[in-house]
Ligand binder design. Structure first.
Ligand code: HEC
Length: 304
């Protein structure tokens, strides 16, 4: 560890322990306290029932998003991005910062189903997947601003809150991961007081590549949460050597509509699905030219 980053991490933990010493619920004048959220009973994926406000929100910095495990389009990707964020937040998750992914389909997503989903994304202890009685979860998500009438139309936002200061804000899940991490850390006023630049400089940066390739940024945004190229399996298979093991036409079909290829009983898709039972390759709405760029980029990284 470089000395400067060591100093920053000591500084950071000092700030957090300072902040943790101030025990109080939402400020008097904040509308976002127990009365607003109500203290309903929810069930995190580890199975122990919890009071939403008292056990999950009170006195905490929280990061919340909405998912459902049967989602075939974009939410597996948002979960993959959440996994990247959680990884960058490191030890703070579960201590200074609490992460909740609340299901939009409590009717199907039991704690057991959510536990396998959490497993697929290697979720550490401080990242909890939350379900409960549908009669409780639906009104709760409504209060948290997720008001889609049909779950397929739901938002892909991150909701950030600091109960102690009464600050709540919403941001897109698709901003740059380092920027998102920075915004989450900035929910702590003590953190804001430290010179931000010093801290961002110490955060692990995104993979930097020597050559800018057209598929590179799309891969970083839409695929890297779940796939490595050459560093082993992640949520999905390592994509190194993809063009050597798969036919071009199959790849195009699969990347355009993975769920359709699987549903037709395609043997390769079935085999992959069996190897990665807890996650699905999402339909990301890629165009043919996106696919060409991505495959060229994967080939380029394979040859490196
Ligand atoms: C949420 C996680 C996730 C995201 C995001 C994701 N994938 Fe996947 N991908 C998977 C999983 C899981 C599989 C294995 C098949 C299955 O279980 O559906 C897979 C399979 C694949 C395969 C087949 C690999 C093989 O060995 O034949 C390719 C190709 C692929 N993904 C490419 C991509 C590309 C390109 C992107 C970005 C545009 C992407 N994936 C985004 C999870 C993801």
């Amino acid at each position: 560890m470089r000395l400067s980053s060591h100093i920053v991490s000591i500084l950071a933990s000092a700030v957090f322990s300072l902040a943790a010493g101030v025990a109080s619920a939402a400020p008097e004048d904040s509308p976002w306290g127990r009365d607003y959220f109500t203290n309903v009973e929810v069930v995190p994926h580890d199975g122990a029932p919890a009071r939403f406000y008292d056990d999950l929100v009170e006195d905490r910095i929280v990061v919340i998003n909405f998912i459902y495990t049967r989602c075939v389009d974009i939410c597996p990707l948002t979960t993959g991005r959440m996994a990247e964020i959680v990884e960058k937040l490191g030890d703070r998750v579960g201590k200074d910062i609490h992460v909740y992914s609340i299901t939009l389909e409590p009717e199907y997503d039991t704690p057991e189903v959510l536990a396998s989903f959490a497993d697929a994304f290697d979720a550490p202890e401080g990242w909890r997947f939350v379900t409960g009685d549908p009669a409780i979860i639906h009104p709760l998500r409504f209060k948290l601003g997720e008001r889609a009438r049909i779950k397929e139309a739901h938002r892909h936002d991150l909701l950030l809150g600091n109960d102690r200061t009464g600050e709540w804000e919403r941001t897109s899940m698709f901003s740059d991961v380092d920027i998102l991490v920075d915004r989450i850390l900035a929910m702590d006023p003590a953190w804001r007081a430290i010179e931000r630049d010093t801290i961002s400089a110490s955060l692990p940066s995104n993979q930097l590549l020597k050559i800018n390739h057209p598929g590179e940024s799309l891969f970083a945004k839409a695929c890297a949460a779940c796939h490595n190229i050459g560093d082993g399996d992640k949520v999905g298979p390592d994509l190194v050597g993809l063009s050597e093991r798969r036919d071009r036409a199959w790849l195009q079909e699969f990347l355009l509509q993975p769920e359709v290829v699987l549903a037709t009983g395609d043997p390769i898709a079935k085999q992959l699905d069996a190897r990665f039972p807890n996650a699905r390759m999402p339909n990301l709405g890629l165009s043919m030219s996106d696919i060409e760029d991505l495959l060229a980029y994967i080939d380029f990284r394979t040859e490196e």
